[in-house]
Design a binder for this molecule. Structure first.
Ligand SMILES: [Fe+2]
Ligand SMILES: [Fe+2]
Length: 147
């Protein structure tokens, strides 16, 4: 019961204003990213066979969003570029690996719980720490993630 309640909480993963990085465009993209991640988690919890599709839907948006952030970092000479970009690359790698593990089945329930926990934790940690550092740096230079 406790574990179930825990995974339900993960399914409720959502962007909140406390996760704002101080840039309206990046915040809007994070909101969409969280929405898609929550769908992956909900699908994994339901065991509805739609996880692979939900992961692809998240992967697509994550890749585009990471590209926006990386372009901003390159364009403005952000000093933390290498480390930030490595976090993005690792995320995509791990996401696809978990997707493969999920597809192979077998330990499906275990993979789903691991996927949900990892995804929720990564999203919050990356946005709250790494992206916030970038957002503050851009804001201090009067740069918007917009255009
Ligand atoms: Fe981000
Ligand atoms: Fe990022």
């Amino acid at each position: 019961m406790t574990a179930h309640a825990g995974t339900e909480a993960l399914g409720g993963l959502r962007w909140t204003p406390s996760l704002s990085v101080g840039d309206a465009v990046l915040d809007a993209q994070h909101r969409e990213l969280f929405r898609r991640a929550a769908e992956v988690i909900a699908s994994a919890e339901r065991g509805d066979g739609q996880v692979a599709g939900a992961i692809e839907f998240l992967h697509e948006y994550a890749a585009a969003h990471f590209g926006v952030e990386e372009d901003l970092m390159v364009q403005h000479g952000f000093p933390g570029l290498v480390r930030h970009r490595a976090e993005h690359a690792r995320f995509i790698e791990d996401l696809l690996e978990l997707s493969d593990a999920h597809d192979r089945g077998g330990q499906e329930a275990r993979v789903s719980v691991r996927l949900a926990a990892w995804l929720a934790e990564w999203m919050v940690r990356h946005v709250a720490a790494t992206d916030t550092e970038l957002g503050r740096w851009l804001a201090a230079r009067g740069v918007s993630g917009g255009e």
